[in-house]
Design a protein around this ligand. Sequence first.
Ligand SMILES: Cc1ncc(COP(=O)(O)O)c(C=O)c1O
Length: 481
Amino acid sequence: MDRRVNDEPAWKERIAGLEERVPLLDGRMVRYINLDNAASTPPLIDVVGVVQEVLRFYSSVHRGTGFKSRLCTAAYDEAHETIARFVGADPRTNTVMFVKNTTEAINKLAYRVPLGRDRVVISTRMEHHSNDLPWRRRAAVLHVGVTPDGRLDEAHLDRLLDEYRGRIALLAVSGASNVTGLVQPIHRLARKAHAVGARIFVDAAQLAAHRRINLKPNDDPEHLDFVALSGHKMYAPFGSGALIGHGDVFLDGDPEHPGGGTVDVVTTNDVQWAGLPHREEAGSPNLVGAVAMAAAARALMAADMDRLARHEASLTSYALERLRVIPGITLYGPADRCEDTDRVGVITFNLQGLHHALVAAILGYEGGIGVRSGCFCAQPYVACLLGLSGSELTEWQRDPLEVNRAARPGMVRISFAAYNTRQEVDVLIEMLSRITRRDYEGQYYQNKESGEYTPAGHEEPTLSLLGDHRALSNLVVPVAR
Ligand SMILES: Cc1ncc(COP(=O)(O)O)c(C=O)c1O
C-alpha cells in the first residue's frame, strides 16, 4: 500500500446525517461521532437520492405490465448486473441473488453447496458466527487456528488442506475480520483451496466498503467461487445483501424457498423451477434495497479505492498511536501500524478495571460517540484474543442458563469508514482518558440480563423525537463540536 499520508476524509461531503446532533447526559447537544461502521455504515447521499427517485416510481417487479412496473423490473434486473460488475463476476457462469444480508446469503449457500457424508467445510477461528454456524448445521466444520495476535495460522490451514485433501467441500473465510480488521489473502487461499479440489467462499461483509473485490475468471486458480455482501455495511442500509457465485450449485434440486416467482410451470402435481436468479429469490423482492445497493456499488466502483483505503489506514494508525499511550489499555490484534499490515479500520481494546460495556455506555451517553462492545458475534475469536483459559470458557458457557451476562468477557470496538476524521479520534481519546481517570458524571447501573449499562435518571429516546427535531433541540442546549 502507498505510504503517503492522506488525512483528507475522502467522503465526508457524501454521507447523509453526519451533522446530526445528539443529546448528552448533561443536556448538551453535540455532533454525533459514529465509530461503529463495522456494524453499519450511514448511507451515501447518492444512495438516498436514488432511493427517493425510485420511490416515485415504486411498483411491482416481474409482475406487471404498467409503465412503473416495467421500469422497476428494469431497475431490479440492472441492479443484479451492477453487483456482478462490482465483484468482477462473469455473468455467463455466475449469478447474483439478492437476499436480506450476509447472514441470509451464507445460510442460502450452506443449504445448497453439495456436502456429502464424509465431506468437510474448513472455516476459521476468526469468523463471525454467520460464517460458522450455518456450516456447522450442514457439515463437519474444521476451524483453522489463529496466532496470539489474531492472524490466521496459514500453516495450520495448509496442514488441514493436506490432511483432508479430496474431502473438502468448501473453504469458508472472511475477507476482513470484524474484530481485528485483518484482511485475509483471499486469492492465495483460493489457489490453495482449488489445488485440493475445494471451492472457496468469501464473507466480504467487512471488505466491500474498503477494498475492491474481484472474483477473477472461473478458470483462474485464484478465482473466488462465492462471495456474500451486506448493503448496510457499504453505505446502502435499505435491507439488501447479495450472494454471488457459480450458478451450478443453485440449479441442482429445489429452491430453498419455493413459492411465487420461483417457478416456470406449475400443475397440481408437478413444478418446473424458473432459472436463476428467480428460483432463489422467492416472493416479491426488496426493490428499494437492491437499487440502493447497486447505487452504492456504482459509487464505490467510481471511487479511488486506494485513496479511501489510504485514508482509513492513516486514521487507524493515528488512532492506534494515540490509544497505545492511554494508561491501562490493552489493544487486541497486531500492534503494527495499519499501513504495515493489510487491515481495515477496526480496533478493539479494553481499559483495565472497567467493564467493556461500561466504557461503551459512557462514550455514548457522555461523549456522543457510537461504538460497540461485547464479542461482536465472533465469540471463538474473541476468546482467543482475550486468552481465556479453559475454566473461564466453561464459566462463559454456563452463564446464559443463569441469564446473567454481567461478567461476560468482551472488548470495546471502534471502526472507521471513509468519512471519519482525526478530530473524531481526538474526541474519542479525550473521552477515554477521562474515563480512565474515572472523570465521568453518570451513575451507571448494569442490567444483569443484557449486560448493558445505563446511567441513572436518563430517558431513552422515543421514536417521536426522530420526526421532530425541534422537540429534540428544545430538550437540550447545543454546544459546538
Ligand atoms: C465479517 C462479518 N460477516 C458477517 C456478518 C453478518 O452480516 P449481516 O448482519 O449483515 O448479516 C457481519 C456483521 O457484522 C460481519 O462483520
